[in-house]
Design a binder for this molecule. Structure first.
Ligand SMILES: CC(C)(COP(=O)(O)OP(=O)(O)OC[C@H]1O[C@@H](n2cnc3c(N)ncnc32)[C@H](O)[C@@H]1OP(=O)(O)O)[C@@H](O)C(=O)NCCC(=O)NCCS
Length: 163
């Protein structure tokens, strides 16, 4: 028997994906926080907008912000970051809509593909990304270095960093 009334892929009526505006910041920060993602400060967001304006998207339903995603483009490689959808609107295709819009914007800039990072244990995100066509890249190890916090100029000199 054909299943009806599945929650899957029921796009909320009036769903709109549009570029982020600074007045969205509070709602976006709350969404990142409740989703367990790092919350960029307003200043970090401003810097991001300077660099990748048009690749920071939100999803809205009847004036309510329900999703967010960021893209990055350095002229050679494209990346996807900080995707989150409000729990009340999950499993309704909002993330897919954000991903599709980001991908077409990145393609328009000349990107031939995109990468993203996801925790191994984040099964919902892993399933979503696989559904969108992303595959693990077994040959690549993610490496990272934390830079020391910037220090006042005087201290820097005493450590021989200002030669
Ligand atoms: C991951 C997340 C963004 C998915 O958002 P969403 O709007 O619910 O995703 P979609 O409705 O577009 O789902 C598309 C497909 O992804 C998969 N998927 C999404 N959520 C899933 C879940 N909880 N369990 C299993 N599969 C899931 C399914 O294949 C789904 O298609 P289907 O509903 O037809 O089965 C959302 O769960 C979220 O905000 N999580 C917290 C933040 C986070 O982890 N972000 C990713 C950081 S890397």
């Amino acid at each position: 028997m054909k299943r009806t009334n599945t929650k899957s892929n029921r796009r909320p009526a009036g769903l709109q994906v549009r570029p982020f505006r600074l007045e969205d910041y509070a709602a976006v920060a709350e969404l990142w926080q409740t989703s367990g993602l790092a919350v960029d400060s307003r200043e970090q967001v401003r810097r991001r907008l300077k660099r990748d304006r048009g690749l920071f998207l939100v999803a809205e339903v009847k004036g309510k912000l329900v999703g967010v995603a960021m893209g990055g483009w350095d002229g050679r490689r494209a990346s996807l970051w900080r995707l989150a959808v409000s729990p009340d609107f999950q499993r309704r295709g909002v993330a897919q809509a954000l991903m599709c819009e980001l991908e077409s914007r990145l393609q328009a800039l000349g990107a031939g593909g995109a990468f993203l990072l996801v925790w191994h244990e984040n099964r919902p995100a892993l399933k979503l990304y696989r559904k969108c066509g992303y595959e693990p890249h077994p040959g690549v190890l993610f490496m990272y270095k934390e830079f020391p916090a910037p220090q006042p100029a005087a201290k820097k000199r005493s450590q021989g960093c200002d030669q």
